[in-house]
Design a protein around this ligand. Sequence first.
Ligand code: SAH
Length: 219
Amino acid sequence: MGDRDDRIDRARAAMIADQLRRRGIRDERVLAVMAELPREVFVPDVPAASAYDDRAQPIDSGQTISQPYVVARMSELLAVEPGDRILEVGTGSGYQAAVIARLGATVRSIERWEALAASAREHLRAAGISDVEVVVGDGSAGAPEGAPWDGIAVTAAAPGIPDPLREQLAVGARLVIPVGPRNVQELVVVERRSATEWQESSEGPVVFVPLVGEGGWPG
Ligand code: SAH
């Protein structure tokens, strides 16, 4: 193995130990997936070991790949089971979708920018992931034609919880979504308990780029 590979492996292992375990990520399946998945493939423009830095990083179209801890936390809160059909809104680099797919789900991911969707498809192919379908469009009202979903992850910040997203959850499924003003949001989990009941919990502050569209912010 070369020095470069060594450095990347060390950075990935340090991410798992120092950023994820130390801050309380407990789901061993999420930790195992993130310990294997090459994050550098999803941010080809930064030096490979820096892909594991403890921060969000710029990608194209003025967007960001989320901080590793935030990806882990969202993945844990989604409670993905093998065979689940999961909707992601905000493909970005494709990394979060890749983590969900490696947890055993089939993923549909919606991205508003064509260029990002195209590069995310390349990143996913390069990582050997085939269970993610990336589509271009406004995902702020979800994807009713694929509903009910076994989980919905919104990886862009919404001013409120869009009603169509609650409606598209299967009973027992969860929506994980950052909600709040543009500068800082609360990570909210909405679990559908029955046809008519949803239970919400707040999981701490996060900062995401805005969800832009019908159920989000004006463009
Ligand atoms: N999950 C991504 C990070 C997402 S950044 C990753 O792992 O890299 C948020 C993304 O949401 C951006 O790419 C942005 O263009 C996209 N986005 C914003 N509003 C959207 C909408 N209404 N529908 C689909 N994608 C949207």
